[in-house]
Design a protein around this ligand. Structure first.
Ligand SMILES: [Zn+2]
Length: 339
């Protein structure tokens, strides 16, 4: 089998069965490469269909005339992460991994531990000290082993990488497999609504943004859709790189009410910049007060319950409509990533 991954940074090719996280040479994001690789993923999803918890095929609802929301909150554990977890756990079973290890600030832990429970494989989660107890409760319910790390998310992530190198533990998280699994969200949008002018997706690590972009443009008929990204104000490395037309400079202490945004060094940041460039899109930032207001607006105006980072798409829509970047006649899809 010729199943390949390719580094988005240095362009090197690898055997995907061995390299499916980040580039061992330059630490760049790995992307999947070639038709055979695509077929391998289709084979995995078919063989491990029994692993599904009913993820995907979420509703696309109409909020106003030309404004739609893709409700990823309807996934089994409440976020888009379930789409990626299915493929990661299927890959783990196929390649005889008995334990998964990863760092998480919340949603990822809930999602992966649910799929690991069904697959009956061990799930080890490293969480930063600041993680609220209620975020640990659900993964524990699913039987995950939680280790609280005396430090921030970036430290938890580096410890998870270290642990995966010792013994046969599979490192999972916002990497290639998850990105491929989550493309289905973009494909569904392309099939559900035509002639979209703007597609708005939040940017934390950048994984869901690049997944949706790849999935959408891989199947949409209208290729003139423009992407809009949103980041939290005090965790905005991708926004700053885009605005100043420079390299991404990691942040040491990202701060925001949106847990999903708290990534100082976004692994898929360069993929996001590429998607923005190719689609002629924009990225903006949203402060805590705006996120709190957006969460309230979505609940009170449309009955939608989402988390703060997810609500940021509403802030972006509102701001860009006022600035007349988005015209009132434009067709817009907001991706509500999670609860
Ligand atoms: Zn590389």
């Amino acid at each position: 089998m010729n199943i390949k991954s390719k580094c988005f940074g240095c362009g090197k090719f690898f055997d995907l069965l061995k390299q499916f996280t980040f580039c061992p040479i330059c630490s760049g994001a790995l992307v999947s490469e070639g038709q055979e690789t695509k077929k391998y993923f289709q084979y995995l999803l078919k063989k491990y269909q029994w692993l599904s918890l009913g993820e995907g095929n979420t509703s696309l609802i109409c909020l106003e005339n030309n404004l739609f929301a893709k409700c990823e909150t309807q996934n089994p554990t409440g976020s888009f992460k379930d789409r990626g977890s299915l493929l990661e756990v299927a890959f783990a079973l196929e390649n005889n991994y008995k334990t998964l290890v990863f760092a998480s600030t919340g949603n990822m832990a809930v999602s992966l531990s649910a799929y690991c429970a069904k697959a009956k494989i061990k799930c080890r989660v490293l969480v930063p000290k600041s993680t609220p107890p209620e975020k640990i409760e659900l993964p524990k319910l699913y039987g995950a082993e939680i280790e609280v790390v005396d430090g921030n998310y970036d430290l938890a992530a580096s410890l998870a990488i270290k642990e995966s190198l010792t013994g046969k533990k599979m490192l999972v998280g916002d990497y290639l497999l998850r990105r491929v699994g989550q493309e289905s969200c973009g494909r569904e949008i392309a099939g559900e609504v035509s002639n979209v002018d703007w597609l708005i997706v939040p940017v934390g690590n950048g994984t869901i943004f690049s997944s949706v972009t790849d999935g959408y443009f891989g199947s949409a008929k209208n290729l003139s859709t423009k992407m809009i990204g949103v980041q939290g104000k005090k965790c905005n490395p991708v926004f700053r790189a885009w605005k100043n037309n420079e390299q991404i400079v990691p942040l040491v202490q990202p701060e925001t009410v949106g847990a999903f945004f708290k990534v100082g060094n976004p692994g898929d940041g360069n993929l996001v910049l590429d998607c923005l460039k190719k689609s002629g899109g924009v990225i903006i930032e949203a402060g805590d007060e705006e996120l709190i207001k957006a969460k309230k607006d979505l609940a009170r105006n449309y009955g939608l319950l989402v988390n703060y980072a997810s609500a940021s798409v509403w802030t972006a829509y509102d701001k860009l409509l006022k600035k007349k970047v988005i015209k009132s006649k434009d067709k817009v899809v907001l991706v509500l990533t999670g609860r």
